[in-house]
Design a protein around this ligand. Structure first.
Ligand code: ADP
Length: 194
């Protein structure tokens, strides 16, 4: 089983690289951002609450995310080769709970941190905003999301560093070059091949 947590700031390329990884290694791709946006699209009460948070660039509360992840893991097919977690965990509490949950199923994960300079993040997100139609891809919200990332998500790097399964990748390069680096890390670190 190969579980990979792909972390990084908004605009770091998590979504793109996650798709490449999922395809190359035959993994399931769980994007919590996509799951939340799908809930918003249903027009449900819960979706409205989520929309109010996401469109301002804030995180959804941990308690709301736990159910999503538990249901996801409980529903994994028997023959699943592993998951690429794209956008989860985003807080230290989520990281702790994911470790426990994976342990329950006799699984673990490696964490790959995509590191990208702030100017480039902003530039990419503004470009994406021209086509994505995402309410959170505008300059003010982008700045807020990056601040939220520094405050709430960046500390998970120390959590994984401490647990010995942290790998950093320089995400400032082209999509193809970043993917090459990621593949190198995966080949070196694969917990299922150790
Ligand atoms: P990006 O990484 O570009 O910000 P995502 O699609 O991954 O885009 O996430 C969009 C938004 O969804 C986040 O800004 C946040 O509000 C919410 N979200 C996604 N994953 C989580 C999570 N694990 N915990 C809390 N909120 C989340």
């Amino acid at each position: 089983m190969l579980n990979i947590i792909l972390s990084g700031a908004p605009g770091s390329g998590k979504g793109t690289q996650s798709s490449f990884i999922a395809q190359k290694y035959g993994l399931q791709h769980l994007s919590t951002g996509d799951v939340l946006r799908a809930e918003i699209a249903t027009g449900s009460e819960l979706g409205k609450q989520i929309d109010a948070l996401i469109s301002k660039g804030n995180l959804v509360p941990d308690e709301m995310m736990y159910g999503v992840i538990e249901n996801y893991i409980a529903g994994l097919p028997q023959d699943c080769k592993g998951t690429i977690f794209d956008g989860y965990p985003r807080t230290v509490a989520q990281a702790e709970s994911l470790t426990q949950l994976l342990k329950k199923y006799n699984m673990d994960a490696i964490m790959i941190d995509l590191l990208v300079d702030e100017q480039l993040l902003i530039q990419r997100l503004i470009e994406r905003g021209k086509v994505s139609g995402r309410a959170d891809d505008n300059l003010n919200t982008i700045r807020h999301r990056i601040a939220v990332y520094h405050q709430q998500t960046e500390p998970i790097a120390h959590y994984y560093l401490h647990h010995g399964n942290y790998f950093a990748v320089n995400g400032n390069h082209t999509m193809a070059d970043v993917f090459l680096q990621i593949m190198r890390v995966i080949e070196l670190a694969r917990p299922d091949k150790r």
